[in-house]
Design a protein around this ligand. Structure first.
Ligand SMILES: Nc1ncnc2c1ncn2[C@@H]1O[C@H](COP(=O)(O)OP(=O)(O)O)[C@@H](O)[C@H]1O
Ligand SMILES: [Mg+2]
Length: 273
């Protein structure tokens, strides 16, 4: 459905503000003026320009309190990622990769700065709104899988749907098929290999078909063959679905499989590699 908004000509300023808001949300406007009224017709935007930015951070600062001291871990991160991009984030241990990923995904509020995901200022939303936004639009693959040990692979993958109040058993089965794990649907995590647990965690992250998928060292606990297979799986899923993918890795050999490789050191983003 194409929304149409009519307004008197003198509301030009309102129109300009609305135009900006709609563009932030990925909509373009056609403005016609034939009948003395100004009609704004909103439709999907073209594949260029501002509206193609899906992740944008401005001056992101994040600190941890250790005893009585506050230690800053992210020192003002400015980052822009385009819709559909696959980006690898590299850096030494302790550089702030996980902290940055958590902050981008709405899991850790920065002390300063903003995170916009597809036009939405994530931390400006109320807590409940943030959780809903994450559930609908953001997938997250944790370094240690974080599968619930007492649930089968299928039940684990169905959890995000259940949180949204939906019965997503069918979608969960489909997601297991996407990652090549349908034959392990009824297995408990303990009955799966590391690579299979990682694939179940990926299926859970994509079951709600998020706009953005974050994966934190998804190959960290895998041998090189399984690691390469997981990276190939993630990049294929992203390509096929148009999903934006941000992967943390400290394996530089794997980090060239995307559109861009970012390097973070001591909480500062270095130039794109
Ligand atoms: N919850 C926490 N409390 C205190 N310090 C933390 C916490 N999480 C991370 N840090 C510190 O922040 C820095 C960056 O951590 P992290 O983002 O996990 O780095 P990376 O993922 O690049 O290894 C490290 O020095 C780490 O010790
Ligand atoms: Mg980490």
């Amino acid at each position: 459905m194409v929304p149409v908004i009519s307004m008197p000509l003198e509301s030009t300023l309102v129109g300009v503000i609305m135009t900006r808001e709609l563009q932030r949300n990925g909509l373009a406007l056609a403005i016609s003026n034939a009948t003395g009224a100004c009609t704004l017709t909103a439709g999907p935007t073209s594949s260029s320009g501002l509206q193609d930015i899906i992740i944008q951070t401005v001056d992101l600062h994040r600190s941890y309190r250790i005893g009585r001291h506050s230690v800053e871990v992210l020192h003002g991160i400015d980052l822009t990622i385009r819709r559909g991009e696959t980006v690898f984030l590299c850096g030494p241990s302790g550089a702030g990769k996980t902290t940055l990923l958590y902050t981008l995904a709405g899991l850790e509020r920065p002390e300063r700065g903003t995170v916009r995901i597809d036009g939405t200022d994530l931390y400006a939303l109320p807590r409940r709104g943030q959780a809903q936004f994450r559930n609908r639009h953001i997938g997250y693959v944790f370094q240690n899988y974080h599968l619930l040990p007492e649930l089968t692979a299928l039940e684990n993958v169905a959890v995000p749907g259940a949180v949204a109040g939906l019965d997503t058993t069918e979608a969960a089965m489909r997601a297991l098929e996407w990652v090549g794990l349908a034959h392990r649907a009824q297995h408990l995590p303990a009955e799966l290999s590391g690579g299979e647990q990682q694939r179940a965690a990926i299926a859970r992250a994509i079951v709600n078909q998020p706009k953005v998928l974050f994966a934190d060292e998804p190959t960290g606990n895998l041998d090189s063959q399984n690691g390469a297979a997981v990276i190939a799986l993630l990049t294929r899923l992203a390509q096929e679905s148009g999903m934006t993918l941000v992967v943390v890795t400290h394996d530089l050999g794997l980090a060239t499989a995307g559109d861009r490789t970012l390097v973070i050191r001591d909480g500062t983003l270095l130039a794109d590699a």
